[in-house]
Design a protein around this ligand. Structure first.
Ligand SMILES: Cc1cc2nc3c(=O)[nH]c(=O)nc-3n(C[C@H](O)[C@H](O)[C@H](O)COP(=O)(O)OP(=O)(O)OC[C@H]3O[C@@H](n4cnc5c(N)ncnc54)[C@H](O)[C@@H]3O)c2cc1C
Length: 322
């Protein structure tokens, strides 16, 4: 393992300044960062811990029924929060599906959104495209866990359950940097490998994600998160679906459906919204939604099974609202 220096930031301003230096990496709970350092997949020279910035931790109500979550809030606190469960079930269910109790206790929501890909070529000694090389080894290699949507030139899938749920909930993210704060819509936060292969989100050097805002949605809103994984715990999604439906007299007025585990960023499927909006849910409509969710999939050699997983997960998620 490489040597690196360590800074424990006493304030957000101090963290931002320290992070502007070459080779500086932010440390929140460390559950992902320390693995990346240990496996020598990031060029670290300095670790800047924000773990003592307690003002970045906590869940509170905002105006008009919205909610605010500090970036340092442990995933476990989100999974156990009753107000969030009432207002944004999709997020609480996704948080509860993350890793294991230990990971949820130590891992923060900010770190969960900014964690690095789990592609086994990226996480090992291969000089792959994501590390600046010229080959995506997954394309012709062992690609059973890789992307069926939005892949190329790199085919990793985004590992975060919470990113998928927050995308369905249309969250906004507050980002602090040397020139102040900005608010980024979640659908503009994650980037495609086609646009920026070396990173997964729009954060620039020295920027810190400080807060997640969940807008209030009026009326009869129901939501859910469904995750399919190989093991019952301690495992990333093979496929997942986050659904937020707004009803009016049992008819779906608006639908937002986002897939996880199948693309390099949360994959919003407008085709499913089109199937659902203006209709009452029944078994046939749920099956139609499942088919629509898989449209446009481009599986690799070993991951065509994910197409069927997506169909089934979406059908079951929608049918559960009947
Ligand atoms: C065994 C295991 C199983 C897991 N299973 C799942 C799973 O099923 N589902 C899932 O979603 N996740 C899973 N994870 C990932 C886990 O949820 C994340 O590792 C954790 O949430 C990261 O939070 P952290 O505070 O420890 O982040 P850190 O490890 O401290 O940081 C992670 C990355 O994010 C950056 N970062 C952290 N906070 C910020 C911030 N506020 N602003 C800008 N950049 C930031 C860091 O620089 C680093 O690159 C698993 C992890 C492990 C080790």
């Amino acid at each position: 393992m490489k040597n690196f220096s360590y800074v424990k930031a006493g304030s957000l301003a101090q963290a931002i300044k320290a992070l502007s230096g070459k080779g500086a990496w932010l440390h929140a709970g460390g559950t992902d960062l320390l693995g990346c350092i240990h496996d020598d997949i990031i060029p670290v020279e300095k670790v800047v811990s924000i773990s003592s910035l307690t003002n970045l931790k906590g869940i509170s109500s905002g105006s008009g029924g919205s909610m605010k979550i500090g970036a340092l809030t442990p995933v476990a606190d989100i999974a156990a929060n009753a107000s969030l469960a009432a207002k944004c079930a999709v997020l609480v269910q996704a948080a509860a599906a993350v890793g294991s109790p230990q990971i949820r206790q130590q891992g923060t929501i900010g770190g969960n959104l900014c964690q690095r890909p789990r592609c086994w070529y990226f996480r090992s000694e291969f000089e792959c495209r994501k590390k600046g090389g010229s080959t995506c080894y997954a394309m012709a290699g062992e690609n059973q866990y890789h992307a069926i949507f939005g892949g190329g030139p790199c085919f990793f899938v985004h590992p975060s359950d919470i990113a998928v749920a927050l995308s369905a909930a249309q969250a906004q993210l507050v980002v602090a940097g040397s020139s102040g704060n900005k608010v980024v819509k979640i659908e503009e936060f994650f980037v495609s490998p086609k646009d920026a292969i070396l990173k997964e989100n729009v954060l620039s050097k020295g920027e810190v994600l400080t807060e997640i805002r969940i807008p209030a949605v009026a009326g009869d809103v129901k939501s859910s998160y469904r995750k399919v994984r190989a093991r019952g715990a301690w495992d990333f999604a093979l496929a997942s679906v986050a659904t937020v439906l707004q009803f009016e007299n049992e008819t779906v007025r608006t639908a937002r459906v986002v897939l996880g585990g199948v693309a390099p960023y949360p994959w919003q499927v407008d085709a499913v919204a089109k199937v659902l909006e203006g209709k009452q849910i029944n078994g046939e409509l749920a099956a139609e939604a499942g088919e629509a969710a898989a449209s446009g999939a481009m599986p690799l050699r070993d991951n065509a099974y994910k197409v069927e997983l997506v169909k089934g997960a979406v059908e079951e998620s929608i049918a559960a609202f009947i």
